[in-house]
Design a protein around this ligand. Sequence first.
Ligand code: MG
Length: 258
Amino acid sequence: MNMEYSKKFFFTVAFLLPAMIAGAQEKNKMTHEMTEFYSPEVPVVTPGSTIDGGGFTAPSDAIILFDGKDLSKWESAKGGAALWKVHDGVVTVDKSTGDIQTKDKFNDFQLHIEWCVPKDIEGSSQARGNSGIFLQGMYEVQVLDSYENKTYVNGQAASIYKQAVPLVNAMRKPGEWNVYDIIYKAPDFKEDGSYRNYPRVTVIHNGVVVQNDTEIRGTTEFIGLPRIVKHGAGPIRLQAHGDPSKPISYRNIWIRNL
Ligand code: MG
C-alpha cells in the first residue's frame, strides 16, 4: 500500500509539479480535480475503546499480545514457557522466572502496553517497581515507579535506559495504571555491522509525548556505553528486574506492524 502512495508521490513530484509550474500562466485552465486523487483508498480501521483508567483496547488490525487471559503469545527469554502469573485480567512479573518475550518478532511497530506499580510499593531509586520493555529485545524503555521517586534522570520511567531522558515525568501514582504508546522504527545496518540508520523511538506516556523521535545509540548497558550489535527483527521483551520491591503488573498489550 505504501508503495502505491510512493508511486503517487513520485508521479506528483516528477510530472505534475513541473507541469503546474510550467503552466503557471495558464493557471485558469487548471481545475481542482487535477490535484486530487482517490486511489488507493486509505484502509478503514475500527479503533478500540478506552478502558477504565487506561488507554485504548486493540484496534481491528492489531496483534493482541496479552488480553488478560493467558500468555500464549509469550515465552521465557531463557526458553520454555512464560511463567509469570496471570490473574484478574493482568499479568504480574515473576522475578524468580526471568524475563519474558513475545514469540513473534517485529521490525517497525506501534506498541500499546499498560503497567501498574503496586499501591503499597516500597524502596527507592531503581529499587522501586523496576521493570522494562525491550524493543526488538535490544533497547529498553524504562518502567519504574518514578512518582516522587528520584533516581538518575536517564534511568527514570520512560527514559531510554542510560541514554535518553524523558521530556517530562508523566507518572501516575502507585495503584493507578500507566499507559505507554511506543512508536518504533527499526535500524538498518551497513555491511560492517554499524548502523546505516539508527533505531528511533517515540514514547507517549499517559497521553504525553516523553520521547520525540529519539535516536537510540545502541544496546542497553547497565555498565558502560551502548554497543552496536547487528540484528534483525526481534521480540518485545519484558524485564524481570532483580530489585527487592513488590512486582509490577501489565495489561492490555497489543502491537501493530508498521
Ligand atoms: Mg528496568
